[in-house]
Design a protein around this ligand. Structure first.
Ligand SMILES: [Zn+2]
Length: 321
């Protein structure tokens, strides 16, 4: 079960029950990160608002999807595949975060540094498919995942280490501050290369690996940091750092040449009561809209995902055909 998205197919299962079922069935290799506080976070629960913005109001989207205005819990803005995290927009550490060990769940198409590299389960699925396809089209087994999820404490350690080695100014320029690293989301991997003879090298996304950097969007991944976007992201070229945003968003970002900072703004051009973003991708059609705040129009049925942008609202992605 994926508790950061809610899918309805006929029978509605309350998110709390989904979480309980997921916990009961948590196999080895999974990690549930808990922070202080209580109650399940990272979930989008549909409870009527006590007054406020016309909760329960019904409306149809342009393509005729019946929706209901639903008051989501506060954490909804800070949960989901489309979170923007940088040194200005910090990650809101949820009370619980479901992660999986890449080592336990990976295919034989690549390596991972050790058993302690964790990512979110849908990101691992997408990573497996991408690197299986890379191998199938002739790629070598040399990709080594050297980083995934990072705790706030580990990012603090990296930052302090950089300050000690190169001074604070250098650290502030090159190392994300604790809370400012995308790695906190569990939606990020860093690649390195590992050769049969035991040597390793930095991953540059060139040569045979250009296939990965050129096709990752088809698997829901984007090359997050490119030189040209440094003024917006604050981070220089990092061809080894991949961010999972899901489909079809990765394809739209790539086609339009938008980094996540730009894409977050772009999606706001599609409010529920305005024109929606329609995307044909992979033989399927998606309708996408943005809702400011935590009151969001959600489809009454069908296959859809909900993600906060970590700034000010919610993005709904609905499969319509
Ligand atoms: Zn990275």
């Amino acid at each position: 079960m994926k508790h950061w998205e809610r899918r309805r197919r006929g029978v509605f299962i309350p998110p709390v029950l989904i979480l309980l079922l997921a916990l009961a069935a948590l196999p080895a290799g999974y990690l549930l990160i808990r922070s202080a506080g209580s109650g399940p976070a990272g979930m989008v629960s549909a409870t009527p608002a006590p007054g406020g913005d016309r909760p329960g109001e019904h409306a149809l989207t342009a393509s005729g999807i019946p929706c209901t205005l639903t008051q989501l819990e506060e954490g909804a803005v800070h949960t989901g595949d489309l979170l923007l995290v940088n040194n200005q927009i910090l990650y809101h550490f949820p009370e619980e975060q479901l992660l999986t060990s890449i080592y336990e769940g990976k295919t034989g198409s690549y390596y991972v540094r050790d058993k302690e590299v964790y990512i979110a389960p849908p990101a691992l699925e997408a990573l497996n498919r991408m690197l299986d396809d890379f191998r199938a089209q002739g790629g070598s087994k040399t990709v080594n995942v050297v980083a995934g999820y990072r705790t706030e404490a580990f990012q603090q350690h990296l930052f302090d280490q950089s300050v000690a080695r190169n001074g604070r100014e250098h650290a502030e320029e090159f190392v994300a501050q604790p809370g400012g690293s995308e790695h906190h989301t569990g939606l990020v991997v860093d690649f390195s290369l590992f050769y049969e003879d035991g040597t390793s090298a930095e991953y540059q996304g060139t040569g045979e690996y250009a296939w990965i950097n050129g096709n990752c969007q088809n698997y829901g991944w984007v090359v997050r940091y490119k030189k040209a976007k440094e003024p917006l992201t604050g981070i220089g070229d990092e061809p080894w750092h991949f961010r999972y945003v899901g489909v079809p968003h990765a394809a739209v970002m790539t086609e339009k040449g938008l980094c996540l900072e730009e894409y977050t703004d772009y999606l706001k051009e599609f409010p529920f009561d305005g024109q929606h973003l329609a995307v044909d991708w992979g033989g399927e059609r998606f309708e996408i809209w943005y809702c400011a705040g935590t009151a969001a129009y959600l489809p009454d049925s069908g296959d859809y995902t909900v993600s906060g942008n970590n700034v000010d609202g919610i993005v709904v992605t609905c499969k319509i055909g």
